[in-house]
Design a protein around this ligand. Structure first.
Ligand SMILES: Cc1ncc(COP(=O)(O)O)c(C=O)c1O
Length: 378
């Protein structure tokens, strides 16, 4: 019998979120609402659909392995050289390439926790030492929800090769500010690459939350990771990119690229999306307006909700998180629970969010009734 590497056997099995069509069928309702994966609620951009149709006739050929047109478009948009840009098969694949390119077994990979769930898995597969620095409350007496950059800097040593700072942080939505991040970058040794994971950058409205690409300038050990999956609406096509200050960092990441893993459809769609930046900005504004309405509605219900700079909100419900998410699902609303910690709710359309709020009211009412009648809450 073959046996997988112990590190791989120890990986948690992938648990996909519920499919809304399956859930609707199971519940016998017309439609279930999925607010679990931080996609935007809009259909693909018209220019993207056109680009996909135009590219379909070329899919008998391999894609351009270097994604030259997309790389040039990104370099122009951000005022960097093409040598500083690495497109990848989703930001998640670039995370994996970063660990493969920089982490020998036994070296350190540091990040805050709770954060993007891929980070500890990358370390495990690479045989790296995972250093997880607990989040701290962003408001006095609140639940832990934001980076502790001083503690993260203190945890980085000369064996650390890679540090992820997820800003805004998934799943809590909080963001670190300019002064704190600059102080942090000044403290990290030059031998550790700091990756500012800005998957949700486009949704940031606080002017004091820095653009990683500006902070990166003049810091050769800093890189910025972004994706077309969120604001740009291309989650199903798998395309993200890394921008590095030092071209040698980009070169190292390119060496672990899985050949042809960014499809020609993904490349063409990303180029078309970049050319529709105005339309994307209008969509982002709509998401941000709805995020603020959803946050206010949740706070009116007496719930603690940290200020989100992303396209999702965080409900730190502690032990009630998993049962609450299960009860919401029984009412046709799929969210993303983190057992014992909180629930992440993606900002949907106003209609979807109203369905969520009504379901939540019903769940909270039932929980209050249970408390009144002494029924133990599941
Ligand atoms: C913080 C963060 N980084 C990276 C990713 C990966 O994005 P993708 O692989 O879809 O580009 C995600 C996706 O949820 C994310 O939340």
């Amino acid at each position: 019998m073959v046996s997988a590497r112990p590190a791989v056997q120890a990986l948690p099995a992938y648990k996909p979120g519920r499919n809304p069509a399956d859930l609707a069928r199971e519940l016998g309702v017309e439609r279930a609402v999925k607010l679990a994966s931080n996609e935007v609620p809009f259909p693909p951009l018209p220019a993207v659909v056109q680009a996909l149709a135009a590219t379909a006739g070329e899919t008998h050929r391999y894609p351009d392995n270097g994604a030259a047109v997309l790389t040039a478009a990104l370099a122009e948009r951000y005022g960097v050289a093409p040598e500083q840009v690495v497109p990848g098969c989703g930001a998640v694949m670039l995370c994996q390439q970063l660990a493969q390119s920089f982490n020998d077994p036994g070296t350190g990979l540091a990040f805050a926790w709770r954060s993007f769930e891929m980070y500890p898995l990358l370390a495990q597969v690479a045989g790296a030492r995972s250093t997880q620095v607990p989040l701290v409350p962003s408001t006095p007496g609140g639940a832990p929800d934001t980076h502790d950059l001083d503690a993260l800097a203190a945890a980085v040593d000369d064996t650390t090769r890679l540090v992820f700072v997820c800003n805004p942080n998934n799943p809590t939505g909080t963001a670190v500010r300019r002064a704190a991040l600059e102080r942090f970058l000044d403290r990290v040794p030059a031998t550790a690459l700091v990756v500012l994971d800005e998957a949700y950058r486009e949704f940031v409205t606080d002017p004091d939350v820095p653009d990683g690409l500006e902070l990166m300038r003049g810091r050769p050990n800093v890189a910025v990771l972004r994706t077309f999956s969120k604001a740009w609406g291309l989650a199903g096509l798998r395309v993200g990119y890394l921008v590095t200050e030092h071209p040698a960092v980009a070169d190292a990441v390119r060496r672990t690229h899985v050949p042809f893993s960014v499809s020609s459809l993904a490349q063409a769609a990303a180029v078309a999306a970049l050319a529709s930046a105005d339309e994307v900005a209008r969509r982002v504004t709509a998401v941000v307006t709805e995020r603020d309405r959803l946050t206010a509605a949740l706070r009116e219900r007496g719930l603690e909700v940290p200020d989100s700079q992303a396209n999702f909100v965080w409900l730190p419900l502690g032990e009630a998180s998993a049962p609450t998410a299960a009860a919401l699902e029984a009412r046709g609303v799929i969210t993303r629970p983190f057992a014992g910690e909180g629930i992440r709710v993606t900002v949907g359309t106003p209609e979807e969010d109203d369905v969520f709020l009504s379901a939540l009211d019903a769940v909270l009412d039932a929980a209050r009734d249970d408390v009144r009648t002494g029924t133990p809450v599941a």
